[in-house]
Write a protein that binds this ligand. Structure first.
Ligand code: KIV
Ligand code: ZN
Length: 516
């Protein structure tokens, strides 16, 4: 569909509330330092507005807003506020150092909020809006007003409340689906109506703030955009009250991928999305599920044979975005019981082993037997199969790890590792390092005789289990390893042992290639 240059694509502002609505949910609280590092990641993403907290909620929240305001310069920094004057003052103080400051005033407008929570009549609500928004004029660069529980507010009164806020000087009118109740069709119709009929000075824009109680937050936000909203509020990984807020990465990538349909886009540096999601997981200890859209581990992983074959031929067969669009280093072909010969051959080739037709046939049979017994066939398993060894028994196995650490700064932690090797038998080594993981790594280098560097170690825990992923550099390549265990030290040790096995197998790969 042909569009004029001015209207296509329409620019949508991204208002990030990870540090306020996201952080206020149980299990997601963050220290001031953690908030600051997340705010810097949001700045790298190029979000338009960071709602850094609710200044009047606690001294910690006020301090976090002030630190973000001082150190994060590109986006507008915002504080939430009730209509009461002391809240506005707390926000004003916390935002002093910001380059650009926004006050976000909210007040419940629905009958339930007016009667049960606020004990205010409709006139009382209008008076509060008028007084607070007027009081904020001139004290901030911009003022946003949110009609809390807008979706369950009588339509005529909602319009009156929004008109009152706009007349008092609000620059942004936010229409929250506070309880995640609306459907995309309803949101579309509501925004069409409000944008067409709410009287407001020129330049005042509409914003959507959707919660995910019925799993429709992203769809509802996109419906609001189609109806003309110019700002979307949400969080990274969709964290937030109850079932969470709109997951910003979903809306951002939907707009980018389907610009033909939405005819709108954002200024987001999408290649930073995965890093921001990962950082949030590390800071809160809550990683998104594997199948989470855009940022989950499976978002660009393929196991089914038909899919792997398609992606190996041309990734567009099963991928509508490239992993690098969102900052994921590459797509992942997971070898499991659904994988086919194409994927097996490609993985062996990536390890430096070219399998001829006959060898491929026999390795594939052994591979399928193994894949029926275990969820994922690793590179080590594959190399063991190709070399005719029993997977799990080839290479190094961790028998025992002991850590000794002292609270005294002068003593570095040390690790004692007991390993079993398929040919070398039992090996016991000690390593010392600045941190326990480094001590384990150094013990492994001594035990295996491999000279390597620890590039990165990631540890995430969920439902009583820890998962560690490591990257180890050796021989001019990077080897990855993963381990899972309820104990974080064992999970990390298993991951390191797996990486060292990959190094050993890769070193033997050229010999295997000749034989294969
Ligand atoms: O969900 C909501 O209504 C809110 C407001 C404070 C905007 O978070
Ligand atoms: Zn909310």
């Amino acid at each position: 569909m042909a569009q004029s240059a001015e209207t296509y694509p329409r620019r949508i502002a991204i208002f990030d509330t990870t540090l306020r609505d996201g952080e206020q949910a149980p299990g997601f609280s963050m220290s001031v330092e953690a908030k600051l590092s997340m705010a810097k990641a949001l700045e790298r993403l190029n979000v338009d507005v960071i709602e850094a907290g609710f200044a009047a909620a606690s001294p910690g929240d006020a301090e976090a807003i002030a630190r973000v305001a001082e150190e994060v310069r590109a986006p507008t920094i915002c504080s939430l506020s009730r209509t009461i004057e002391s809240d506005i003052e707390a926000a004003e103080k916390a935002l002093t150092a910001a380059r650009r400051r926004r006050l976000h005033i909210f007040l419940g407008t629905s009958p339930t909020h007016r009667e049960a929570k606020l004990k205010l009549s409709t006139d009382g609500v209008l008076r509060e809006i008028e007084r607070s928004v007027s009081s904020a004029q001139g004290r901030f660069d911009e003022v946003e007003f949110s009609a809390e529980d807008a979706i369950r507010t009588e339509r005529a009164f909602l319009k009156e409340a929004l008109e009152c806020a706009a007349e008092a000087g609000a620059d942004i009118l936010n229409v929250p689906d506070t309880v995640g109740y609306a459907s995309p069709e309803e949101i579309y119709e509501l925004f069409r109506d409000l944008i067409a009929s709410v009287r407001r000075p020129e330049g005042v824009i509409f914003s959507a703030h959707c919660h995910d109680d019925l799993g429709m937050a992203a769809a509802n936000s996109l419906a609001a955009i189609r109806a003309g909203a110019n700002q979307i509020e949400g969080t990274i990984n969709g964290i937030g009250e109850r079932a969470g807020n709109c997951a910003l990465e979903e809306v951002i990538m939907a707009l980018k991928t389907r610009q033909d349909y939405f005819r709108a886009d954002t200024a987001i540096a999408t290649k930073e999305l995965f890093a921001a999601s990962k950082l949030l997981g590390e800071l809160t200890g809550q990683t998104p599920p594997r199948n989470k859209a855009i940022v989950g581990r499976n978002a660009f992983a393929h196991e089914a044979g038909i899919h792997q074959h398609g992606v190996l031929e041309d990734r567009r067969t099963y991928e509508i975005m490239t992993p690098s669009d969102v900052g994921v280093p590459s797509n992942e072909l997971v070898l499991g019981k659904h994988s086919g010969k194409h994927a097996l051959k490609a993985r062996a080739a990536a390890l430096g082993i070219e399998l001829g037709a006959d060898r491929l046939e026999s390795v594939f049979t052994a591979f399928k037997e193994l894949a029926d017994k275990q969820r994922e066939v690793t590179d080590s398993d594959l190399c063991a199969l190709i070399s005719g060894q029993t997977p799990g028994e080839a290479g190094w196995r961790l028998n025992r790890v002991e850590i000794r650490a002292s609270a005294e700064a002068r003593m570095n932690p040390f690790a004692r590792l007991t390993l079993q090797h398929s040919r070398r038998g039992r090996v016991c080594e000690i390593g010392v390092g600045a941190a326990p993981f480094e001590a384990i790594f150094n013990a492994l280098c001594s035990a295996t005789g491999v000279s390597a560097m620890l590039d990165n170690i990631d540890v995430a825990s969920a439902s009583g289990s820890c998962r560690a992923e490591v990257r180890v550099a050796a021989d001019g390549r990077v080897f990855v390893g993963a381990g899972e265990d309820p104990d974080v030290i064992i999970a990390a040790s298993e991951a390191l042992v797996a990486a060292f096995n990959h190094i050993e197998f890769a070193r033997g790969a050229s010999a295997l290639a000749g034989a294969a």
